[in-house]
Design a protein around this ligand. Structure first.
Ligand code: G3P
Length: 219
């Protein structure tokens, strides 16, 4: 089973803008004995940096369905691909979008072979998007985001429920919110998820490399 960790850099001061490059450089050559797929989700102001780190994998934190053209403040899948960004989150709790926009964007992304991780705040929201073929559903209860209580201990039954629903369409699940350590990662796998979507536990750690290394160490 492929284990996956997406590290969402959000718009934290230490991981975006002028400091993004320094932040990412910590992960060059990191040990990954569990062979976990690690992806960094970039803020739009940092898309260009992806080309400077060919050894790392990048997603965007959000994407639109537009083409190149009159799109003030927005950007296309094509432009992300030009930067070597390989996929995107969509509908994150901090960047919610209407259902019709999710469907339109996913349709376009699929036609371009560009994977989309749809974030969902509940099992019923996840269910709405299974048939349109997201790469993952990322289940994140918004009230736990950025806190110290992990989704894996607060809502294990809901995770099982999301995993079961998604399995009917063979869509793997990531879980996020309050994820901090190896225990949370292992628990997410035990509950049937494929891995985690994590931000503050890595980005705001005193030692982000040590935190990520220990998160993916599967005992
Ligand atoms: O996208 C990940 C996120 O929303 C969870 O944030 O800080 O609780 O890991 P955090």
């Amino acid at each position: 089973m492929d284990k996956t960790v997406i590290v969402n850099l959000k718009h934290y001061k230490v991981s975006s803008g002028n400091r993004c490059e320094n932040f990412l450089s910590k992960f060059i050559g990191m040990d990954n004995p569990s062979d976990t797929r690690i992806v960094f989700a970039l803020n739009p102001i940092d898309f260009r940096i992806a080309k400077s780190f060919p050894e790392l994998d990048f997603y965007a934190q959000h994407v639109y369905s537009i083409d190149f053209g009159a799109g003030t403040g927005r950007y296309s899948i094509e432009s992300l691909m030009d930067f070597g960004i390989e996929g995107s989150l969509l509908n994150h709790s901090e960047m919610r979008v209407p259902e019709c926009q999710i469907i339109e964007t996913l349709d376009k992304a699929k036609s371009m072979g560009f994977p989309i991780v749809i974030c969902a705040e509940s099992p019923s929201e996840a269910e709405k998007y299974l048939a349109i073929g997201p790469e993952y559903i990322a289940y994140e209860p918004p009230e736990l985001i950025g806190g110290n209580v992990s989704v894996t201990s607060a809502n294990p039954e809901i995770i099982r429920d999301v995993v079961e629903k998604c399995a009917k369409n063979s869509v793997p699940v990531l879980v996020g919110a309050g994820v901090k350590n190896n225990h949370d990662m292992k628990k997410s796998l035990e509950l049937g998820a494929r891995g985690v979507l994590v931000a503050s536990g890595i980005v705001l750690s005193d030692d982000p490399l040590a935190s990520l290394t220990s998160l993916i160490e599967i005992l």
